[in-house]
Design a protein. Structure first.
Length: 327
């Protein structure tokens, strides 16, 4: 099969499309013929091993996983022994961070992993782009304890995570504000935002609005910068670790304080969105796709032979929603 391979860390140019052996599904796995995948921030981080400490997971000198790709959609073409739910011919989509392999024509994944059938009426490219942003946004919303009627600001509302967060929050019944480039205001309003702030010309901390939750979907702000716009008891949640990895210890401090009666009562605090994965998450996303409550935003589509160009574009930081790879 053909796959996008990187045997060293570095810029997009380390990726090469070449022939590699077909994977074989083992016990409890299914083999998927990939029709579409994406290039996202996760793929870029693993390809470059940035930040540096990721090498502890990915390989100190060279990558252990040489075919990246976390999101996919396609057709089940073979079923391993012990797999009983999915069958040959099923149209499926899923997420495989850690194992990777979606930037290839064939992918073997566990049947009980983050995989689900594509709902009727959902095209394969949208199914492929529906998991990374949505499951990170879902984790942020749940960890922050957002409830119907809460006022929530999403910073970076046009990215994969941010555009999903706006839709999921609107579906939940939150009052959503969004910070993004002014030219994307109509798009974000269409996703469910009631108020759009030009994140490039305005400092959200100087505006009069106050929020129960701030979701920083691009990791470009900090708790200190957002604290003035949080209501008492407000929560800040970011998709990134923050400068110096500060979001983890700040979240730990808040978690400890929240368990002590009277301690940090009404205090604004950081929560960290450790992502939840599993088949049930993919099935939940499938339900949102089927109902129309969520539809991933797609910026551009590339062929597999153009994947280096796709990486370059994603790393400009200018993409809106997702960048899709067609196999």
């Amino acid at each position: 099969m053909r796959a996008a391979v990187n045997t060293e860390y570095g810029s997009p140019e380390v990726v090469r499309v070449q022939e590699v052996p077909d994977p074989e599904p083992v016990g409890g796995e299914v083999l998927v013929r990939v029709r579409a995948a994406t290039v996202n921030r996760t793929d870029c981080a693993y390809r470059a091993a940035h930040p540096w400490f990721m090498r502890g997971l990915t390989g100190l000198r060279r990558p252990r996983r040489t075919v990246l790709g976390t999101e996919y959609a396609g057709e089940v073409v073979a079923v391993g022994e012990g797999a009983t739910d999915l069958t040959v011919g099923d149209q499926v989509f899923g997420y495989c961070e850690g194992r990777f392999g979606a930037h290839a024509e064939l992918l073997a994944v566990a049947e009980d992993s983050m995989i689900a059938r594509i709902p009727d009426g959902v095209v394969v490219t949208r199914a492929a782009a529906s998991t990374e942003g949505a499951h990170y946004a879902r984790s942020a919303i749940r960890r922050a304890g957002v409830r119907r009627g809460d006022r929530v600001l999403v910073i970076g509302a046009t990215g994969g995570i941010g555009s999903a967060a706006v839709q999921l929050l609107a579906h939940l019944g939150a009052q959503v504000s969004a910070a993004c480039a002014a030219e994307h205001g109509d798009l974000v309003r269409g996703l469910g935002a009631e108020l759009v702030v030009d994140g490039f010309t305005e400092d959200v901390a100087t505006r009069p609005e106050r929020y129960d939750v701030v979701v920083d979907a691009v990791g470009k702000s900090t708790f200190a910068a957002c604290r003035p716009i949080l209501r008492p008891g407000g929560r800040y949640v970011s998709s990134e670790l923050g400068p110096g990895g500060q979001n983890l210890p700040l979240a730990a401090l808040g978690a400890v304080g929240s368990r002590i009666p009277g301690c940090l009562s009404g205090a604004r605090r950081v929560v960290f969105p450790f992502p939840e994965e599993g088949q049930h998450v993919a099935q939940e996303i499938a339900g949102l796709l089927a109902s129309g409550a969520f539809s991933p935003v797609i910026d551009r589509e590339y062929g597999l032979d153009e994947i280096v160009e796709a990486y370059r574009y994603v790393e400009t930081g200018e993409k809106v929603g997702s960048v899709v790879i067609r196999m």
